[in-house]
Ligand binder design. Structure first.
Ligand code: HAS
Ligand code: CU
Length: 560
């Protein structure tokens, strides 16, 4: 039986989450192209005073809505499938979907209000929405509902797991469920900062209940959440690279134990690093910035382990199907399968994003790149490709399983990952190099002349200065996005008799859970360790901020 026949309710949950995710991808992606063509001066369809409205819709709809709704869909599929068990309480499931959806609508309406001067509300606060920028209260109310919805979604999956655990007291946690639960535990720890920032400070401030907020404290609470949220976007992609990409490669996962260690490292290390976004902020004790940098370097480990394990799994599959040589086996991989090609190219591109992340993390070298176009170059390779392209790629495999329909427009699907890869190579390369030349991020009309000589020398000739690369790259990305949405919509709407048979099984790993200590599955230990590290990294800095009066906004600073 296919997933849609065996679990009709859960398949519907996945369809609804994916549909909202893809809608956010479409609108947010369109805004991305509009702002890229505006910034490069190629095509200006808006006034520069609307730039922050466009950039906020691009960032919020892609970085928060597209990614998190996709995570909710794929984790619902993975937990149901790997436990072979339905969600325990459909009413609770409908509640979290409703909260996330209404919260998204509130925030989106607040943002789009920024386009019409006569509308009395806006939210031109960018996707990081920290003070001193202020949004209308409905933006913060929307954010709070969305966050509550994600917490309840996690509870849904944890309840399913606990019911399974009661029936299977001695079994090891199936890997996909393990990954979903560890990701959510990391999310609960990380979103504490966000909840305090929004509910204690930003929402009362926007309602006029408190006269002002302390920007450094609210930024610190945001970045407490702001780094782990990037792994909340990455871990569903790793879920795909570890549990589905080996199968698509014709092989099996090289090591289940290593996959568990990687996810636990993210749980333990993701939150106590947020100060690496605040190296230039005054008021944060330097020693704690150094602690964040050290932790960040440790955080490279789970991804380097992933590079090793996932590539080894792919190589195993390729060699099983006749691949030979040091690298010749790469040719044997199914590059004409859009699900495989998209996920593999996303991984390849993430290697670049990961290394630019290392540059960001260097305390002193960060001074060179902070607030420059380098940083968007970095995150269009990470969330913009490692996550986004992996999500699109795995949809080519999963969407037929949750709709019961054959994938339509297959040739479009086959070409789409390559269009995305070329577009992103151009755009991200130009952003990284433009940033090094001193171009700022988050400005509507940058001074391109500082980077006029930055061209892209390729074996096929020189590609002109970076405005052209960014404009061409952004347009190619939008074309890739439209191709993806045509395939998904066409598949959903096609009239089809009966449901197709799709093999959604996941082969057993080469090294299974029994090769790892049962300790890995005892979540309590790892959560406790994570909390201790957070207390070490944030305890004193937050205490000193509060002692300096940050908690009593509006109170005049102590006389010097
Ligand atoms: Fe980052 C800023 C450091 C990872 C996203 N990052 C950002 C911002 C975003 C973001 C959105 O230390 C901007 C926020 C803002 O608006 O201001 N980042 C890092 C580091 C990592 C990292 C050290 N970032 C991510 C991920 C993101 C993301 C993941 C989203 C999903 N980042 C920073 C820092 C800043 C920053 C500073 C602040 C900059 C500033 O000054 O503002 C690491 O986690 C990276 C580790 C990754 C690797 C790569 C391993 C390679 C792999 C590929 C395997 C290949 C496969 C397939 C599977 C070491 C896993 C191969 C295919 C074949 C065919 C063989
Ligand atoms: Cu970070």
């Amino acid at each position: 039986m296919t997933f849609v026949e065996e679990y009709p309710f859960e398949a519907k949950v996945v369809r609804v989450c994916f549909a909202i995710s893809f809608a956010a991808l479409g609108i947010g992606g369109f805004m991305g192209m509009v702002q890229a063509l505006h910034r490069t001066g190629v095509l200006r369809v808006m006034d520069s005073t609307d730039y922050y409205t466009v950039l906020t819709s691009h960032g919020v709809l892609l970085a928060l809505v597209f990614t998190v709704f996709f995570l909710a869909g794929i984790f619902t599929w993975g937990v149901t499938r790997s436990l072979d068990r339905p969600l325990p309480n459909p009413a609770a499931t409908k509640a979290w979907i409703a909260l996330m959806t209404v919260g998204t609508l509130f925030a989106t309406v607040a943002i789009l209000g920024g386009f019409v001067d006569s509308i009395p509300f806006s939210a031109d606060v960018l996707f990081t929405f920290y003070a001193p920028l202020q949004a209308h209260p409905i933006f913060y109310i929307g954010l709070s509902m969305f966050l509550l919805g994600t917490w309840l979604a996690g509870l849904d999956w944890i309840q399913t797991f606990r019911a399974w655990r009661a029936d299977n007291p001695d079994e090891r946690v199936p890997l996909q469920t393990f990954m979903a639960i560890v990701t959510m535990l990391m999310w609960y720890i990380a979103t504490l900062g966000l909840a305090i920032e929004v509910l204690v400070f930003l929402l009362p401030w926007s309602l006029g209940l408190i006269p002002e907020v302390d920007p450094l404290l609210t930024r610190t609470l945001f970045w407490y959440f702001g780094h782990p949220v990037v792994y909340f976007w990455l871990m569903p992609a790793y879920f795909v690279w570890y549990t589905i990409l080996p199968k698509l490669s014709g092989g099996r996962l090289f090591s289940d134990p290593l996959a568990r260690v990687v996810f636990l490292l993210f749980l333990v290390l993701s939150t106590p690093v947020g100060f690496h976004h605040q190296y230039l902020d005054p008021g944060i004790p330097t020693g704690f910035k150094f602690v964040a940098m050290t932790n960040t370097m440790f955080l490279l480990l789970p991804s380097l382990l992933t590079a090793f394990t996932v590539v080894a799994s792919m190589e195993y599959g390729a060699r099983k199907n006749g691949g030979t040589g040091y690298f010749g086996w790469l040719r044997t991989l199914p590059w004409d399968d859009p699900a495989f090609a998209g996920a593999a190219l996303a991984g390849l591109m993430f290697a670049g994003g990961g290394f630019s992340g290392m540059v960001n993390a260097g305390f002193n070298i960060n001074y060179l790149v902070h607030n420059t176009l380098w940083v968007p170059g970095h995150f269009h390779l990470t969330v913009g490709t490692a996550s986004a392209l992996t999500f699109m790629a795995v949809s080519y495999w999963l969407w037929p399983q949750v709709t019961g329909k054959r994938l339509q427009h297959r040739r479009l699907a086959t070409a789409q990952p390559y269009v995305w890869f070329v577009g992103m190579t151009l755009m991200s390369n130009a952003m990284h190099r433009g940033g090094l030349a001193g171009l700022p991020r988050r400005t509507a009309e940058p001074e391109w002349n500082v980077a006029q000589d930055v061209v892209f020398d390729t074996p096929f000739g020189t590609i002109p200065e970076i405005q052209i690369q960014i404009a061409v790259g952004a347009t190619a990305l939008f074309v890739g996005l439209v191709m993806f949405l045509i395939v998904m919509t066409g598949t959903w709407l096609v009239e089809q008799k009966g449901t197709i048979e799709v093999d959604g099984t996941i082969p057993a790993p080469l090294s299974g859970p029994s090769d790892s200590p049962r300790l890995l599955d005892d979540f309590r230990i790892w959560v406790a360790l994570a909390v201790v590290l957070v207390a070490i990294a944030y305890g004193f800095p937050l205490y000193s901020l509060v002692a300096d009066g940050a908690f009593a906004p509006g109170v005049p600073p102590a006389p010097t």
